[in-house]
Design a protein around this ligand. Structure first.
Ligand code: G
Ligand code: G
Ligand code: MN
Ligand code: NA
Length: 254
């Protein structure tokens, strides 16, 4: 496919787009945030999903440039909504391991925020525990700087991968996103239900919010609300949508 060779051109040539998936608060069903998910609008192959090019970008190092594009596009989106008079909610972007090892990332993000006139609390980063393996020292330092700037930090896919409870003690984490593998069968699997309620208790006792991912059915949502989960994200509420559709959802939600 030669995707890797074309990627630099895609980054500078406006072929990347962000879709946005709402996070909904279970107290009042308002949208309290969005997750930005990158797509590549390829002139020949059509819409390409991140699983088909993020690994290539990580391997080649282009993830740094791509990641900067994602953050600037999130800042631009927030600035557009602010200019339109919408009440802002944070946008979260997914950050790869390589980005977390780049100790100049916090300064660049601070620059993107300043250039767009957006307060740091409206930008969130989602990291996975797998991205902490290579160097917890450097990654912890970068996360500390991001948190110091005022960004929110979410731990993505929690409970899956290489979970290590010392991470949530030592890192500045604001919310846990329960991996969707625990949500899919929550109504029928007592084990999954116990794991989810234990994660919720753990998070709340550590003063963190809990978001459930991959909510596809009403009965899952009801179960999560009863269990005290704070926020939900998933196809039942909305698929990831274009910027225009996301703005309309936000306008109707507030
Ligand atoms: O949107 P979709 O569910 O297909 O995303 C698949 C994977 O791609 C998810 O694990 C998601 O975290 C990752 N992903 C989506 N957008 C980005 C991005 O902007 N940067 C990075 N590093 N990963 C992303
Ligand atoms: O790894 P991460 O959590 O960042 O990935 C988010 C991915 O999950 C995106 O690719 C998004 O399209 C996908 N996603 C979002 N909601 C749902 C859902 O309800 N079910 C499933 N199967 N995937 C979802
Ligand atoms: Mn994510
Ligand atoms: Na996830």
């Amino acid at each position: 496919l030669h995707l890797e060779q074309r990627l630099p051109k895609a980054i500078v040539g406006h072929e990347l787009v962000l879709h946005f998936q709402p996070k909904v608060r279970l107290d009042d069903y308002r949208i309290v945030g969005f997750e930005a998910l990158v797509r590549w609008q390829h002139p020949e192959f059509g819409l390409i999903y991140p699983n088909d090019f993020i690994p290539l970008a990580e391997h080649s190092g282009q993830i740094i440039e791509l990641g900067d594009w994602v953050v600037t596009a999130c800042c631009r989106q927030l600035a557009d909504w602010q200019a339109a008079g919408l009440e802002l909610v944070p946008i979260a972007c997914n950050i790869s391991a390589k980005q977390l090892l780049d100790d100049e990332l916090p300064e660049r993000i601070a620059g993107f925020l300043a250039a767009s006139g957006i307060a740091a609390r409206y930008l969130e980063v989602e990291i996975t525990e797998n991205s902490l393996i290579e160097s917890i020292e450097v990654a912890g330092h970068v996360l500390g700087k991001l948190a110091g700037l005022g960004l929110q930090i979410a731990l993505d896919g929690f409970g899956n991968g290489l979970s290590n409870l010392s991470h949530i003690r030592s890192l500045p984490i604001d919310s846990l996103k329960i991996d969707r593998s625990f949500i899919s069968d929550i109504r029928n699997s007592p084990d999954d239900a116990v794991i989810v309620s234990s994660i919720i208790t753990l998070a709340h006792n550590l003063k963190m919010r809990v978001v459930a991912e991959g909510v596809e059915m009403l009965d899952q949502l009801i179960h999560l609300k009863t269990a005290g989960c704070d926020e939900v994200q998933g196809y039942y509420l909305s698929r990831p949508v274009t910027a225009i559709a996301a703005g309309q959802l936000l306008l109707r939600s507030t």
